[in-house]
Design a protein around this ligand. Structure first.
Ligand SMILES: Nc1ncnc2c1ncn2[C@@H]1O[C@H](COP(=O)(O)OP(=O)(O)OP(=O)(O)O)[C@@H](O)[C@H]1O
Ligand SMILES: [Mg+2]
Length: 293
């Protein structure tokens, strides 16, 4: 029981006993007891009102948070459905055209089949990204291991080199030896794959992409930099929003779903790390990941 409530009840009872013992006149005693009891009840109402009010406010806040989560969930489902519909509509359109005679012309057939193949690949990427995102969100058991940063980045380099070569972009590994982090190594690799993939995707032929890693005091500091198209200041905060793409048509051409950086942000938060971006339009971008001590 709340101490204030306890002492109010105790004081009211004691005062009533004193009044009953000390006041001889029946009428005055009755008035005194009534006044003391009324004052006690009034105090109790005041003391109990506050916790009830606080509880009501808390319940309202939880309700608002639930409403917000529900709104975000249905917005996400709406976005995914829309993103799935676009390539599916295109695929079914081209299949229909092929079926209604266009397949007889070998040039048109090859062209349409190429488009169908690109759109199918986009659908696959989208589904993969949505699954990764929902797996990260649903993960109840978080893996915490000592991560060998150098070997994780070597794997990222290995997997990304063919993509970089295909685009004529040079990958440079400037991660210092002996660095470690704490967390899930698969997620760590995933985060840098997404960042390096973006750096390559949004660079032109002949560009360079650097992965750097070093200790800044007690903090592991990692960064992925490129000399690509850059991001305008007004878009910097928005690039982490699910499905946001600065230039939807360019991103679509390079197979973008707009989920890569949402995944990066989510993984960074699992590591307790913060992300910041430094970018200049036409000059390039650097994504910094600062890990906790
Ligand atoms: N290094 C970069 N340079 C320039 N723009 C970038 C860079 N990284 C991200 N962006 C911009 O931010 C947007 C969001 O990036 P994000 O990785 O989330 O999506 P995406 O690359 O379009 O698709 P994907 O989900 O396949 O990664 C991109 O569409 C692009 O416009
Ligand atoms: Mg991306």
């Amino acid at each position: 029981m709340n101490a204030k409530v306890f002492f109010t009840i105790l004081a009211t009872a004691l005062l009533n006993i004193l009044a009953a013992v000390l006041i001889p006149s029946t009428v005055i005693r009755a008035i005194a007891v009534a006044v003391i009891s009324a004052a006690g009840i009034a105090l109790l109402v005041i003391f109990l009102e506050k916790p009830i009010y606080d509880m009501k406010m808390q319940m309202r806040q939880v309700q608002q948070e639930n409403d917000e989560l529900e709104r975000m969930r249905s917005e996400f489902v709406g976005n995914v459905t829309h993103e799935l519909k676009t390539p599916l509509t295109s695929i079914s359109g081209f299949v229909e055209t092929l079926q209604s005679g266009a397949a007889d012309d070998p040039d048109i057939r090859t062209k349409f089949l190429d488009i169908i193949s690109i759109e199918t690949e986009r659908l696959k990427r989208l589904i993969d990204d949505v699954l990764v995102l929902s797996n990260i969100e649903a993960e109840s058991e978080v893996i915490v291991e000592k991560i060998d940063v150098g070997s994780c980045i070597d794997t990222v380099m290995e997997m990304m080199t063919p993509i970089a070569d295909g685009k004529g972009v040079k990958l440079v590994n400037e991660v210092e030896g002996g660095l470690t982090a704490k967390g899930d190594p698969d997620r760590f690799r995933q985060m840098f794959m997404n960042l390096v993939e973006n750096a390559i995707k949004y660079s032109d032929e002949g560009g360079r992409v650097w992965i750097t890693g070093y200790m800044n005091g007690d903090h592991l500091q990692m960064a992925v930099s490129d000399e690509g198209i850059g991001i305008a200041p007004e878009n910097i905060d928005r690039i982490f929003i699910r499905f946001f793409r600065v230039d939807k048509s360019r991103s679509n051409k390079v197979g973008g779903t707009g989920l890569g950086l949402s995944i990066v942000k989510h993984i960074a938060s699992l590591f307790g790390a913060t992300i910041s971006v430094d970018s200049k339009l036409g000059k390039g971008s650097t994504f910094y990941i600062t890990f906790p001590e």
